[in-house]
Design a protein around this ligand. Structure first.
Ligand SMILES: *Cc1c(COP(=O)(O)O)cnc(C)c1O
Length: 421
């Protein structure tokens, strides 16, 4: 059996059956913003590996950091042990987020689990029994059970897992559009706070851009109000910046658009520049103090590969590289190019809406039956995207060349046009 035959027979792929009902591409290497197939074909990467490869692939600086660390200490358990790379990374995250207490774990979903657990602990430490979360419709926070329970109840996997998932409270997501008025949704939010604040431990949301639950961009005003209400009712605000963090929306963190600070932030995806699996939950000093001074006293969580030194070292290198680059200028330029190119999709018959912010460009179709055909067309024409449902979108590395970015959007549009015939 060659490796592709083994894949077909034995290997699960995400959100898929076994064997896969859809085409799986054999990739042999990556370089900058290119993906090379076994056939020798080259695809321009329009996904940056699900928001993670912010500098592109095989960056020499990141490669070097990993090579250096592997010779020193590839891994060490974190229970009762400290190491330099974890300390350096934690301090960088504290400086960037202006928060205080850092928990390094192994994936975005796990960091969301830890955030939910921390919020319950915090309320318990205050003598309150608050076991529910407030979340947004269209939210996506990951695939583990706790994270799933705060994902949109309609378009996520609630129906499959039924009563096994904890019941939470959902509020209407803010209207689409960075400048769109969302006072209607704020009113609904206020009502939900008023009605349920006694049972809510935290309000969890993806700031400014809701990702996998609908690629929805919304007004910072909503975020401001969410902060106000959380403070008023002593409910923690969890900002899930796993997707939006590290510059994707044009700010280092999307919370900055509303000039607010959450009580808890989760980070992942771009954290290691797309090299290693790694995430972080960061809380305010108050949250960790209240928990630590309580009867419970400890945060009961500890993944085996917590604070893995290889992941920490490449995260340190990635953050340094980002901060030493003109990333904001690059992201703004990407935003302009997305705006220009997406303009040509606006009036197509199959298109419902186009929108973009930072390094993210989105075409929403009227129908959800074309995703596979559009992907096939793009791959055939040298572009890698992975649309879902009605959403044909691209998130690119900040280092992408202008002509490649233009080709991604032009190919997406050509794919849609090919279906209109
Ligand atoms: C991807 C994502 C997660 C889950 O992260 P994983 O590393 O895939 O577990 C959680 N929240 C948001 C907003 C995400 O985009």
């Amino acid at each position: 059996m060659n490796w592709l035959e083994i894949d077909k027979e034995y290997v699960w792929h995400p959100y898929n059956s076994l064997p896969s009902k859809t085409k799986i591409l054999p990739v042999t290497s990556t370089h900058k913003t290119s993906i090379f197939l076994q056939s020798g074909e080259e695809l321009i990467d329009g996904m940056s590996s699900w928001w993670s490869a912010i500098h592109g692939y095989n960056n020499p600086v990141l490669n070097e950091a990993l090579k250096k660390q592997v010779e020193i200490m590839p891994h060490i358990m974190f229970g009762g042990i400290a190491h330099e790379q974890a300390s350096l990374l934690s301090k960088k995250l504290v400086d960037l987020t202006k928060l205080h207490s850092v928990f390094l774990c192994d994936s975005g979903s796990v960091s969301v689990e830890v955030a939910l657990k921390t919020a319950i602990l915090y309320q318990k430490a205050k003598g309150l029994k608050k076991y529910k979360f407030l979340a947004l419709e269209n939210a996506y926070h990951g695939d583990t059970l706790g994270a799933m329970s705060v994902c949109d109840p309609q378009n996520s996997m609630h129906s499959i897992y039924g009563s096994y998932l904890s019941e939470n409270i959902f509020t209407k997501a803010p209207a689409l559009g960075f400048k769109t008025d969302c006072s209607e949704e704020i009113k609904i939010l206020e009502n939900n706070f008023e009605k349920h604040h006694n049972e809510i431990a935290a309000f969890i949301l993806e700031p400014i851009v809701q990702g996998a639950g609908g690629m929805r961009i919304y007004n910072p005003q909503y975020l401001k109000k969410a902060r106000e209400l959380c403070t008023k009712y002593d409910i923690l605000l969890i900002a899930d910046e796993i997707a939006t963090g590290f510059g994707h929306t044009g700010c280092m963190f999307a919370c900055e658009w509303a000039e607010i600070k959450p009580d808890i932030m989760t980070l992942g995806k771009g954290l290691t520049g797309g090299y290693m699996t790694m995430a972080a939950m960061i809380t305010s000093r108050e949250v960790s103090e209240v928990i630590s001074n309580s009867e419970i006293g400890v945060l009961m969580h500890g993944p085996t590969f917590m604070a893995n030194p290889l992941a920490c070292s490449v995260a340190n290198a990635s953050i340094d590289l980002l901060l030493s680059s003109s990333w904001m200028q690059n992201v703004n330029k990407i935003q302009d190019i997305f705006s220009q190119e997406l303009e040509f999709a606006k009036d197509l018959k199959l298109v419902k809406d186009v929108r973009n912010i930072g390094a993210i460009g989105i075409i929403e179709l009227k129908d959800d039956i074309y995703a596979q055909k559009i992907q096939d067309y793009c791959v055939k024409n040298g572009v890698w995207i992975r649309p879902f449902g009605k959403l044909i979108y691209s998130i690119v590395a900040y280092t992408i060349e202008e002509k490649d970015l233009r080709k991604i959007v032009k190919t997406m549009i050509a794919a849609i046009k090919s279906l209109e015939k």
